[in-house]
Design a protein around this ligand. Structure first.
Ligand code: ZN
Length: 450
């Protein structure tokens, strides 16, 4: 009996693999066309214009008979949500942003950034990698899933798709807005964001956490005086320089990186061995270091207004890239302590930019589902890692408490670059992985055991 069950399970898994594979391959042209339509809908942010992309998605959903909701956060700024309900409460959320960064100097583009030109198995255009490729894959994975009787009868649960605005700025009109006004519509057990997580030549990564970004503006005050008798004043520029010189003495609390450095080195080493370029390895070493340390730099300084006046104000901007676990208050109090140690009494601190760090807590089953899918359809185990930059995952994890990972088509290094492209094969594979993830996490037999 036991043997029979395991045979059944194994047989089932093989069947699922084939069903998904065949379905996606047979719909290749439909997927590419949809991706091209998404790229051609201009959504440069600033200013945004995501409503144009939402319209392309809405048209597609109308064509296949799926209901949706468009939630406008401002004129021309839109978010679009739809749900595939297979009966059952377990819920997977797919999220992706519809805005893209502006193309910059057009003369540097070989194909127009809005052309979505299909050349040698690649689709070119602004956002192809970041992240209209991921959007196309996620949305098509749900549409195709709903077409398969074989998959549907094994599935119990819900899939929500939320295509959102404004991720390239700070999500005020996108996921942050949506979480505030429609948090109920986003409630899910698991989330996958389809940001590009490939590294060219090294395969895919699966990103389970990300560093945060705190931008501290420290304004140091002094006292004006004539520069012929500087001792009558207090020179804010000199105090600020003293502060910058001593920044390395900042006593930040120790936090453990989510994945230790030696472990990341081990995980990346096997893949990096295939790459001959030694400068790549140096960059990789620096990258791994950045993922395991709190990093900060004084990035801007401004003070003084006339050559013969002792300046009474000088502002230093320090950009902190922090590991999950390091709180903003801990950073500001360490800065205050240093200022105090240096005898700088008059100052003000403002923090206009805060991207909280975040990390997946638990969620082993989500990691396994994506990992298995990637293994099957990319033929390679993705490196489970954390990310150096911020994404909307922080909102899903920290604000909505959803177990969230990033996995998607495209190479991270092509995001925001000239001649951005995504490989068609990558988009098809990611579509298959997402379908596999739905099947795995919402499997009827698995959920009935829970
Ligand atoms: Zn992105």
């Amino acid at each position: 009996m036991k043997l029979f069950t395991s045979f059944q399970t194994h047989f089932g898994v093989c069947m699922t693999y084939e069903v998904i594979n065949t379905l996606v391959n047979s719909c290749k042209n439909e997927i590419i066309r949809f991706l091209q339509d998404l790229i051609r809908a201009e959504s440069y942010n600033p200013p945004g214009n995501e409503a144009k992309v939402a319209k392309v998605i809405a048209d597609k959903l109308q064509e296949v008979g799926i209901e949706y909701q468009i939630i406008e956060s401002a004129p021309r700024r839109a978010n679009i949500i739809f749900t595939a309900d297979f009966g059952g409460s377990k819920t997977v959320l797919f999220n992706g942003h519809m805005d893209v960064v502006p193309p910059g100097d057009l003369s540097k583009w070989e194909h127009d950034p809005l052309s979505a030109a299909l050349v040698d198995g690649r689709v070119y255009g602004r956002g192809a990698t970041d992240m209209k490729g991921g959007l196309a894959s996620m949305i098509m994975s749900i549409i195709l899933y709903m077409r398969s009787e074989a998959l549907l009868k094994e599935t119990a649960g819900r899939v929500i798709m939320a295509a959102t605005a404004d991720e390239e700025m700070n999500s005020d009109y996108g996921l942050k807005y949506l979480a505030d006004v429609r948090g109920d519509a986003l409630r899910a057990d698991y989330a996958v964001i389809g940001e590009p997580t490939g590294i060219n030549g090294m395969g895919k990564t699966l990103v389970i956490g990300e560093k945060g970004d705190y931008e501290l503006h420290v304004k140091i005050h002094g006292r004006k005086a004539h520069s012929s008798i500087p001792s009558l004043g207090v020179n804010a520029v000199e105090l600020a320089c003293d502060f910058v010189h001593n920044l390395k003495k900042l006593k930040l609390p120790k936090v453990k990186p989510p994945i230790p450095e030696h472990e990341l080195i081990r995980r990346f080493a096997a893949k990096a061995a295939q790459i001959k370029d030694t400068s790549f390895r140096t960059r990789l070493t620096e990258y791994i270091k950045a993922l395991t340390e709190n990093i900060y730099s004084a990035t801007m300084i401004s003070g003084g207004f006339k050559a013969n006046v002792i300046p009474d104000e000088c502002e230093v901007v320090i950009d902190f890239r922090v590991l999950p676990g390091l709180k903003l208050e801990e950073v500001t109090s360490a800065v205050k302590e240093l200022l105090n140690d240096l005898g700088i009494k008059e100052y003000g601190i403002t923090v206009p930019v805060v991207f909280e760090p975040s990390v997946l807590e638990g969620g082993g089953e989500l990691i396994e589902a994506v990992r298995e899918g990637a293994r099957k359809y990319y033929g390679d185990d993705p490196v489970v890692t954390i990310g150096s930059g911020a994404s909307d995952a922080r909102i899903l994890r920290n604000k909505l408490g959803i177990k969230t990972v990033l996995f998607g088509p495209g190479y991270g290094e092509l995001a925001h670059s000239d001649n951005e492209y995504v490989e068609v094969e990558d988009v098809l594979r990611a579509t298959k992985v997402y379908m596999y993830v739905i099947h795995n996490l919402l499997s009827r037999s698995k959920n009935s055991r829970l």
